[in-house]
Ligand binder design. Structure first.
Ligand SMILES: CSC[C@H]1O[C@H](OP(=O)(O)O)[C@H](O)[C@@H]1O
Ligand SMILES: Nc1ncnc2[nH]cnc12
Length: 296
């Protein structure tokens, strides 16, 4: 179970492939948290960005030892919630499915398609049924701040693309050409392996969530890029990581000055179908802070 936690932060940052720390953090503390859903990917790193408290988590661990399937998504989101997080900025490496989004560009997606098969993407079950609305899986207000901020900065050759669909595949192998062409025919913009699962759990936890997707490659559909390789991705990730941190720090400043309202913050209000007074106390205890505000 979580111990008493001395720090809190309203803004969480989840760093994906290539973003294992935020260099500009000050007053840094490592926080080990245990949750009813197991241990997070790594210690949560509490610190201040431009004076604002934030908490950072490396999605695959700081040494990148977790496959996308192995990431403990529920523990990660629960741990963020237990520190008081209300907004999560996710930074993620993606392949581009459209020519206009070129490697080193940034995309702020607004939709997902689920191609995962091996993950638990809900806190509910075991006697408590809830169905969150997920038609708009990304917090518009947070995504708008991400896009507006990124557009206002000089990021060199990096261009910003507002909106687009992120296909979330299981991995760890990259797509076949047939799959890549299929996703293009669906009009999807980018492909990755992590963000849909995280966005669903964040919504259940009533945390606003948006993604800064960092384009590292053209997947395998592009005639000039026959297949995706990790070395190609890493090279572009290094170029992207500095820009991503610049954008995130500026976004944190805006969020701190003017935290937006988000529909995510009341996502469970009409979602829980079960009569919670009939649910065994151990089941309620496991859901803990996810549902505590709905217990009379
Ligand atoms: C290193 S390429 C594949 C890997 O990168 C992305 O990770 P993340 O979303 O955590 O940045 C992608 O989803 C795969 O997990
Ligand atoms: N082409 C790709 N497919 C899936 N995940 C990715 N992450 C970065 N590039 C990717």
């Amino acid at each position: 179970m979580s111990e008493a936690i001395a720090v809190s932060a309203k803004i969480g940052i989840i760093g994906g492939s290539g973003l294992y720390k935020m260099s500009a953090l000050t007053d840094v503390q490592e926080i080990q948290i245990d949750t009813p859903f197991g241990s997070p990917s790594d210690a949560l790193i509490y610190g201040k960005l431009s004076g604002t408290p934030v908490v950072f988590l490396a999605r695959h661990g700081r040494s990148h030892h977790l496959l996308p399937t192995e990431v403990p998504y529920r523990a990660n989101i629960y741990a963020m919630k237990s520190l008081g997080v209300e907004y999560i900025i996710s930074a993620s490496a993606v392949g581009s499915l459209q020519a206009e989004a070129k490697p080193v560009d940034m995309v702020i997606p607004d939709q997902f398609i689920d191609r995962t098969r091996l993950r638990t993407s809900t806190f509910f079950g075991n006697g408590v049924v809830a169905h969150i609305a997920f038609a708009d899986p990304i917090c518009h207000a947070l995504a708008d701040i991400l896009a507006t901020t990124a557009e206002s900065l000089d990021l060199g050759e990096t261009q910003i693309h507002r909106g687009g669909t992120y296909v979330c595949m299981e991995g760890p192998a990259f797509s076949t050409k047939a799959e890549s062409f299929l996703y293009r025919s669906w009009g999807a913009k980018v492909i990755g392996m992590t963000n849909l699962t995280e966005a669903k759990l964040a919504r259940e936890a009533e945390i606003a969530y948006a993604t800064l997707a960092l384009v590292t490659d053209y997947d395998c559909w592009h005639e000039d890029h026959d297949s995706v390789t990790v070395s190609m991705i890493i090279e572009n990730l290094h170029k992207n990581a500095t820009n991503a941190q610049t954008v995130i720090q500026a976004v944190v400043e805006k969020l701190a000055a003017n935290p937006p309202k988000s529909e995510a913050h009341t996502a469970l209000q009409y979602a829980i179908l079960t009569d919670l007074s009939k649910v065994p106390s151990e089941v309620i205890a496991r859901l803990g802070i996810i549902i505590s505000k709905y217990l009379k």
